[in-house]
Design a protein around this ligand. Structure first.
Ligand SMILES: [Zn+2]
Length: 362
């Protein structure tokens, strides 16, 4: 009975906190699987037009709003979804319609991070193909993203899958960072410090997805703290001796999110609850997680300050001894909605003459 009460309190506590979700994806149910061959139509699948993507964004926003999420950066997969150029344009147009409607009607700000698929091998051909995919991701983010794409994400290779390192992507990520996108590579869930070092040194990572393996290297932990580089995770499990509590104890900024939003059973609310129930995080530590995400969000500073104040007010009712601490500052980020990169893209000037970055008609 007592345990039941405690669980109820945990739920009320989690529900009371305004949240930011930086580690979830937009799930495109039924669109990217079993696509018909070019020129054929498949009546079983909804046509991936702008209206469908707009509805998906609105549905996702409603679901997030119900969990008191105020702002989210969601992965979108224009590269590995197998979409045609027209469908990609429809995707971004629809997502933009949907997120603007959601912001007006349910009060959730959605932004996107474009995902580069995982590398498929270590050979020269595989690396060249992967680099081309990464260049295409940057091109789409800047030319089609309507200012709402805030980051470039790199999916991690499957465990045991040989890759050619990340050196061949360094230039692509440098271009992306120079254009105002945040560098968001993910390492394998069991990747150790070497993978995290490569993400931060070669790709200039602002956040390292699944990077809790960094804990094995005290020098790296210090570096991440000094550089305000955060770790993203969707794993609120483990136990009190697990990596999540350890990372918080060592002062790392950890952004907790769910593995999926629109189509699955996982949710930001569920991730925080799991962190309390399974990893036995204290309420103060949960507030620390939310603060880290607010600090890492690509929000204009006034919006960040408002959200921080809202979190402090909500947390004060539960954690009276919690000091109100502003989240650590991050490197300057583009203001979501700014059109600068897209404008430069249309002029064809932002990539130093690499034709591969230019969309047709840009
Ligand atoms: Zn994850």
């Amino acid at each position: 009975m007592r345990e039941r009460h405690r669980e109820t309190d945990d739920e009320i506590f989690i529900d009371s906190l305004p949240k930011v979700d930086l580690h979830s994806r937009l799930v495109f149910p039924g669109i990217s699987r079993d696509r018909p061959a070019p020129g054929e139509t498949d009546s079983r699948q909804p046509r991936p037009d702008a209206a469908l993507f707009a509805a998906l964004a609105r549905r996702t926003a409603r679901r997030l709003a119900a969990q008191r999420v105020r702002y989210a950066e969601l992965s979108v997969f224009p590269i590995d979804g197998g979409y045609s150029d027209t469908q990609v344009e429809e995707m971004f147009a629809g997502l933009d319609q949907g997120r603007r409607a959601a912001e007006r009607h349910v009060g959730v700000a959605l932004r996107w991070t474009v995902r580069i698929p995982a590398p498929s091998g270590a050979g020269r051909t595989a690396m060249a193909r992967h680099r081309a995919a990464a260049e295409r991701a940057v091109e789409l983010a800047l030319c089609c993203g309507r200012g709402a794409v805030v980051g470039l994400e790199l999916a991690a290779a499957a465990p045991g899958h040989p890759t050619g390192g990340a050196g061949y992507l360094a230039e692509v990520f440098a271009v992306a960072r120079a254009a105002g996108l945040r560098s968001l590579p993910r390492v394998g869930r069991h990747g150790g410090p070497a993978a995290v070092w490569e993400a931060v040194t070669t790709l200039g990572a602002h956040r390292v997805g699944h990077g809790l393996g960094a804990l094995a290297d005290p020098v790296l932990v210090q570096y991440l703290r000094d550089q305000h580089i955060a770790i993203e995770t969707c794993d609120g499990g483990g136990d009190r001796d697990g990596p999540l509590a350890a990372a918080l104890g060592r002062g790392l900024a950890v952004c907790l999110g769910s593995a999926g939003v629109a189509g699955g059973t996982s949710s930001p609310r569920g991730a925080y609850l799991r962190a309390m129930r399974v990893a036995a995080l204290r309420r103060e530590e949960v507030v620390q997680l939310v603060r880290a995400s607010i600090g890492q969000a690509s929000l204009p500073e006034p919006a960040r300050a408002l959200l921080s104040a809202e979190l402090d007010a909500a947390a004060a009712a539960w954690c009276p001894r919690l000091p109100a601490t502003a989240p650590p500052g991050i490197a300057p980020t583009p203001v979501p909605g700014a059109r600068g990169p897209a404008r430069r893209c249309r002029q064809g000037a932002f990539v130093g003459g690499r034709p591969g970055y230019r969309a047709s008609g840009s």
